[in-house]
Design a protein around this ligand. Sequence first.
Ligand code: PGA
Length: 256
Amino acid sequence: MKLTNYNKIISANWKMNGSLSLIDEFKRFFTKNYENLNNDIAVIICPPATYLYKFNEVIKNYNNIFIGAQDCSNKENSARTGDISASILKDIGCEYVIIGHSERRNHYNEDSDLIFEKIDCALKNNLKIIFCIGENEDEKEKLKTFEIIENQIKNIFSSACTPLNTIIAYEPIWAIGSGKTPKVDEIETINDFIKKKLKSKYNDNFSNNYKIIYGGSVNTNNYKEILLSKKIDGVLVGGSSLIIDDFSKIVNFNKY
Ligand code: PGA
């Protein structure tokens, strides 16, 4: 199914966490629950790169469950000790890669130029991207959220991104791992703003099809409200994706 045809996208970002036994827990969960999962919901699990191959064995027979990497190199295969290229990720069964996560922007000084190169490598190798954007606390207080977001999505304008290969994840940095979240109507306003900017840039209606998901302290207290919004196309879940009971509630948001 095309990315644009999914109703909701639920992605798990394990960050530098997880274990072989957590993969087994997910395996048991999918074996037991797959038949009941709506097939218009895409589930994308992004474990550390070392676990991708094994996780792919777990999900390869499920149509709407995918694996994604948390990052890729900005270079094609070459002498880059320690790096992992988009083509290697594709080779082991990856469908998605997260690019531009604020933890990479902040801890590794990833700037717009580098992020653009990563987007380019990912798309050239037929990976789809989960492109993260969002303001920090200081920028929020100075009412710069819209300006920051507009600057960050310029990478989309200048790249080969389309609604068929790109998910935009709005992740306010102050909300990540903090237990704080914007109100649902604030997220909706940001999503409307992103859609408006994409539409005016491309001057077409196809840009309306970009999936815009939310990330930052999504947990068992707030997932329903966020996922039931018609203007929010899904979630990117960090901490709560490491607890299978919590993640299973989120995946089954429309059931209970
Ligand atoms: P969190 O992380 O759910 O732990 O806040 C989300 C993310 O950084 O993708």
